[in-house]
Design a binder for this molecule. Structure first.
Ligand code: SAH
Length: 344
């Protein structure tokens, strides 16, 4: 029988679990606190009686994660991790130092089934979704390895977070707990390729996280060429879901747009994008595409990026930023280390 994954449980769930195995409720709280003090084995939670430790070892587990690789950028101190999971799979996380604090970009799935043409994480499809504990462990391990606290989390690593909805929601609740990692919802961003039905579910949760929506094109025709999800949901359906999200949460949406030379970076593309976002509570994040091995997508030229930004910012008054490249010397965009490791 699968063992209970205690790191995926809320304090109240651990209390019910303690009652179920014939213990006092407060033992659940002690287990919870022990986990966040860094226990990797039940025997390290020293305020538990030996009899309970034995019971826990039989029925439950503290899932582990190993650091398989850790690459530190000489340019800006960005750290790229390849973490090994208990079943032999691996995921990537990226630790970035910003003025406003340390940010960890975490993975939500091993692989991805969304199939975006420019993305390295989706090449071999989806292997499996991560457990809430496996998302938390990326933060706990990154903190341990760097000796620094993580204050912001972005769900922008491998995988589509809304394709692992239940576990991601549970993770958000866990990471937010005051007695746990205590990372505020406003310090968390979640990026989706636009799974409309799940965006509506998320809107109902009314969390104060930042939602990022990967647009990458301003017409259905072009979007379908690079993002298979566009065949399922049209841009008008997606934008309507974005509007419902903003209305329900009051939160500004951040739209991501990977600039690919000759594909979506002409002034005409910028005008179409400007028209699409105008009047919406929107921020636009332009990401010069990171070329991946299998595809010959190229980054847009500096002049094209400037012209594009001018149009969205000045003509359409959309708050626009161009993502600064961090960790340029360590392949810091996601999916590439795992692909190397597994020969994908
Ligand atoms: N599945 C989520 C998270 C993916 S990663 C989503 O689609 O939003 C976060 C962002 O990086 C997404 O906008 C994704 O489209 C983008 N991205 C993926 N590969 C990229 C690449 N090679 N260059 C630039 N951006 C990329």
């Amino acid at each position: 029988m699968a063992k209970i994954d205690v790191l995926s449980m809320l304090p109240e769930e651990l209390e019910s679990f303690a009652l179920e195995i014939g213990e006092k409720k407060f033992r659940g709280k002690q287990i919870f606190e022990g986990l966040y003090r860094g226990a990797t084995e039940f025997s390290q939670i020293t305020n538990l009686p030996k009899s309970l430790i034995a019971k826990l070892e039989e029925t439950a587990e503290i899932r582990g994660m190993t650091t398989e690789r850790m690459l530190v950028s000489k340019l800006d101190g960005t750290v790229k991790f390849l973490f090994g999971l208990q079943d032999g799979e691996a995921v990537e996380s990226v630790f970035m130092r910003y003025k406003h604090g340390n940010t960890l970009c975490i993975s939500t799935q091993v692989g991805c089934r969304m199939g975006c043409a420019f993305c390295a994480s989706t090449k071999a499809g989806l292997k499996r979704s991560l457990l809430p504990s496996e998302m938390l462990l990326q933060i706990l391990c990154a903190q341990r390895e760097t000796g620094e606290a993580v204050s912001n989390v972005v769900l922008m690593g491998m995988g589509e977070p809304l394709d692992n909805y239940v576990n991601v929601l549970k993770f958000l609740r866990l990471v937010n707990l005051e007695k746990g990692l205590n990372i505020g919802m406003r310090h968390i961003s979640l990026s989706t390729c636009g799974l409309v039905n799940r965006m509506d579910d998320l809107a109902r949760e009314n969390l104060q996280i930042t939602l990022s929506v990967s647009l990458h094109a301003a017409t259905d025709e072009k979007r379908k060429e690079i993002m298979p999800v566009a065949r399922k949901y049209s841009l008008s359906e997606l934008m309507a879901a974005c509007d419902r999200y903003t209305k329900a949460t009051g939160r500004r949406i951040s739209y991501e747009y990977a600039l690919i030379s000759g594909v979506n970076d002409t002034p005409e593309d910028a005008h179409l994008l400007g028209k699409l976002l105008k009047g919406r509570l929107a921020h636009l994040n332009l990401i010069p595409v990171n070329p991946i091995k299998e595809r010959d997508f190229k980054k847009s030229e500096k002049e094209a990026i400037k012209a594009f930004t001018d149009i969205t910012e000045n003509t359409y008054k959309i708050s626009t930023t161009v993502r600064r490249k961090l960790g340029g010397d360590i392949d810091a965009s996601c999916g590439q280390l795992r692909a190397q490791r597994d020969g994908l």
